[in-house]
Every structure is written in structure tokens, then in C-alpha cells.
Write a protein that binds this ligand. Structure first.
Ligand SMILES: *Cc1c(COP(=O)(O)O)cnc(C)c1O
Length: 408
């Protein structure tokens, strides 16, 4: 059996008719750059995030950059963020001419540790960017409280957290602005590149709309030095179709995570992802932790199971950010996590049989020394889950050929 890391083809096939019709409408109207399809998606996604404004841009990196610029971040400023994120978070800070200042993460949630933020604040600090990593919101209330106390802007990197919640409120609506990526592999993915910023601030939204289009409030009248980072019409039309499915897709991800959790429970040296009680995790990434990461990844690879590492090098140890002057030991939690995380296949269409197979493969790898015990436990789990899923998945589903699966 092959289990891909994600399956964009399968998802696309399931909604192909609707997508083709939406793209057809864009062709009919020739609304390719900005235009009515972008406006419509902005309204829909702003409502989804419970924010007043949504500004569509070219990608998630543009979203972060545009948001920082709109709140006046520039040369000489410092912006606090975390080292265990995708590099775009820090790049956006650098491309404003500002300096990223890192704080370590909470080892359980892998998101910004609120207790460490205050000591990183200096007279130059202007903003803080918590990252809602893997689909789970950072612990926003204490972060926002510290930011308010010091007059800092809070920009959420919500690029992995479409539909995630924090104390009942949607990711993106928790700070001054929320930045989203619609890169194809994200929970809400375009069929190309796209991104958006959501915000409740009228002035900032207005600036972002001007900035993404050469600083012009009106064609060829330029009030500020801007850039070109518009969202394109086809991506907006695709995203409007896919947004309707996002709640169900996120729910499927949560069910998949719950099943992984059941099947992988109690293994020595496997730490499962932690869902903080304050929110709703949408599992963009399902990352376990183990000290035997490389060997486990290789063993799963041999069985046809794709895995990923998010991310192998914390930003302060990359060549790009070595100049900031941090070194090994600067952020112990981020460094330890970077050496232990292994992302298992996770996407809405992942089925019970595939999850069983992945979990069984992990158990088998982990239990070499305790094989007898493990196989006994495994057979109880696997048979029960296989029976349940076969009944639930669809009537007449082929019975899981467990014997075949057992062959190494
Ligand atoms: C994907 C991602 C980005 C960048 O988004 P792009 O659309 O690829 O530019 C930024 N931050 C995080 C945390 C991401 O996962």
C-alpha cells in the first residue's frame, strides 16, 4: 500500500465539475487580475474569519509583508516571532527592513511561549507575530495582553490555520491582522498561489489595498510607493468553491487525527500532537515526536508511507539568519523539537485503512524489542478499528486484507 503525504489529485477530482464551472465564469468575464471574483472571495473569507476586511494578495508571504507595512513597520524596528516556523514569517519582517527577534516556544503546543515575550521587548520593538503552527492557535490572550501593555501590533501568521479556533474565535481575528496562505497544500489551497490578510482596522485595510496595487487608490494615481501583489481572479474563483468544503475537510482532518491518536496511544518514545484545551486544532500537519525520527522515517518510507519534517532547522540556525547572532542553545525547546518532529500523512481524504496501515507500521517499528506484547496489542486495535471503519466507510467495502498488510 502507498500512503502519500497529501493527495491534491484526489481532492481535485471530487470537486472538478464545480471548479471547472467557476473557472469558466472567470474566462467569460476575463476578470484575471483582481476584479469581481477576488472581491467576492474577500467578502466570503472575511465573514469566515469574522473580520471586517479581507484583502486578497499574491501569496502568504505577501500577506505577512503587506500587513507589516500597513502597520508602519520599517527600518530600525524589531518584530518578535518564533524560530520554529516556515521561513516566510521572518522573511516578511526582513523585507520591511526590520529585524526579527526570536522567542522560544512552549514545548507542548510548539507555539510562542507567552511568558518569554516580555523579556524580548526593547525600545525598538513594534510588533509581535505569533504563528498558529500546524493548525493550532498560539495562546493568544496573554500574548495580546503583553502587546497591548507595550503598544505593539499583533500580526497572526495564520497560514496553517484556516478555520482553527481560539476560545471560540477564529484564527486571524485574534490580533490586529491575520495572514493566510492559500498555497495548494494548505487546508484551504488555491490551484496556484494566493494569500490574504484579514483585519478589523479600516485604515490598515485601505493601505494594504493600495499597496498591493502600486499605491493607487485610482488607476494611475499613486499616493504611495506600492508594489504588485494582487490576487488573481481564477484563484479567487477556485477558493470560493473550496471555502464551502473547508469546514467538512477540517472536520475530516480532526477525525483522522483522533484515529491516529487511538492507534498510536501508549507507544514508548512516541509523543502525539497536543491539542490545547483553549482551542480547536485543524491539523494542517500531524506531527509526532520521537528520538528515532530518521530511522522511523526510513522504515515508513520502505513501506510506501511518505513523511515530512516541519521544520528540520530552526530559523536562528539557518544560513539566512545566522547574522542575527543567535547560536545553538539559544532556543532549547525549538531546537529539541526540530530534531524530533516527524509529520505523518494527513489530509481530509485519508481513509481509515491508510491510517491503520501507517499506525501499524509505526507500532511495528517502535516495538522491535517488545514485539510479542506489541503484536498482541496491535492485533486487538487493528482488528477492531478495521471492522469499525469497514462498516462505517461504505457498505460493501472490501474487507481489509490484514494478512497481506502483515507481510514486511
Ligand atoms: C505557507 C506559510 C507561509 C507562506 O505562505 P506562501 O503562500 O507560501 O507564501 C508563511 N508562514 C507559514 C507558517 C506558512 O506555513
Amino acid at each position: 500500500m502507498n500512503v502519500p503525504f497529501l493527495d491534491l489529485k484526489g481532492q481535485c477530482a471530487a470537486i472538478r465539475g464545480e471548479i471547472a464551472a467557476a473557472i469558466g465564469r472567470v474566462l467569460d468575464e476575463a476578470a484575471f487580475a483582481g476584479g469581481p471574483f477576488v472581491k467576492r472571495f474577500e467578502e466570503e473569507f472575511g465573514a469566515f474569519c469574522d473580520t471586517r476586511h479581507c484583502v486578497g494578495v499574491g501569496n502568504g508571504t505577501d500577506a505577512l509583508w503587506t500587513a507589516l507595512l500597513a502597520f508602519g513597520i520599517g527600518p530600525g524596528d524589531e518584530v518578535i516571532t518564533v524560530p520554529n516556523t516556515f521561513i516566510a514569517t521572518a522573511e516578511a519582517i526582513s523585507f520591511c527592513g526590520a529585524r526579527p527577534v526570536f522567542v522560544d516556544v512552549d514545548p507542548a503546543t510548539c507555539t510562542m511561549a507567552p511568558a518569554l515575550v516580555e523579556q524580548a521587548i526593547t525600545a525598538r520593538t513594534k510588533a509581535v507575530i505569533p504563528v498558529h503552527l500546524f493548525g493550532q492557535a498560539a495562546d493568544m490572550d496573554p500574548i495580546v495582553a503583553i502587546a497591548r501593555k507595550h503598544g505593539l501590533v499583533v500580526i497572526e501568521d495564520a497560514c496553517q490555520a484556516h478555520g482553527a479556533q481560539y476560545r471560540g474565535r477564529p484564527a486571524g481575528s485574534l490580533g490586529d491582522a491575520g495572514c493566510f496562505s492559500f498555497y495548494p497544500g494548505k487546508n484551504l489551497g488555491a490551484y496556484g498561489e494566493a494569500g490574504a490578510v484579514v483585519t478589523a482596522h479600516d485604515g490598515a485595510a485601505q493601505k494594504m489595498r493600495m499597496f498591493r496595487e502600486h499605491g493607487q487608490p485610482k488607476k494611475y494615481f499613486h499616493d504611495l510607493v506600492g508594489w504588485n501583489c494582487r490576487m488573481d481572479g481564477m484563484q479567487a474563483a477556485v477558493l470560493s468553491v473550496k471555502l464551502k468544503f473547508l469546514p467538512a475537510w477540517n472536520e475530516a482532518r480532526r477525525e483522522n487525527a483522533a484515529l491516529y491518536g487511538q492507534l498510536l496511544a501508549g507507544l514508548p518514545d512516541i509523543e502525539l500532537p497536543y491539542e490545547a484545551p483553549y482551542g480547536r486544532h485543524v491539523y494542517h500537519i500531524y506531527a509526532i515526536r520521537t528520538h528515532r525520527r530518521e530511522a522511523l522515517a526510513a522504515a515508513l518510507g520502505k513501506r510506501g508511507i511518505a513523511t515530512g519534517i516541519h521544520y528540520p532547522v530552526p530559523l536562528h540556525l539557518t544560513g539566512a539568519y545566522r547574522h542575527l547572532g543567535y547560536g545553538p542553545g539559544s532556543f532549547p525547546a525549538s531546537e529539541r523539537i526540530a530534531g524530533e518532529l516527524l509529520s505523518l500523512p494527513m489530509f481530509p481524504e485519508l481513509n481509515g485503512q491508510q491510517i491503520d496501515y501507517v499506525a501499524w507500521s509505526v507500532r511495528r517499528f517502535m516495538s522491535v524489542r517488545e514485539r510479542g506484547l506489541a503484536m498482541q496489542a496491535e492485533s486487538v486495535y487493528v482488528r477492531r478499528r478495521a471492522a469499525e471503519r469497514a462498516a462505517a466507510d461504505h457498505a460493501g467495502a472490501e474487507a481489509v486484507d490484514r494478512e497481506k498488510m502483515m507481510v514486511p
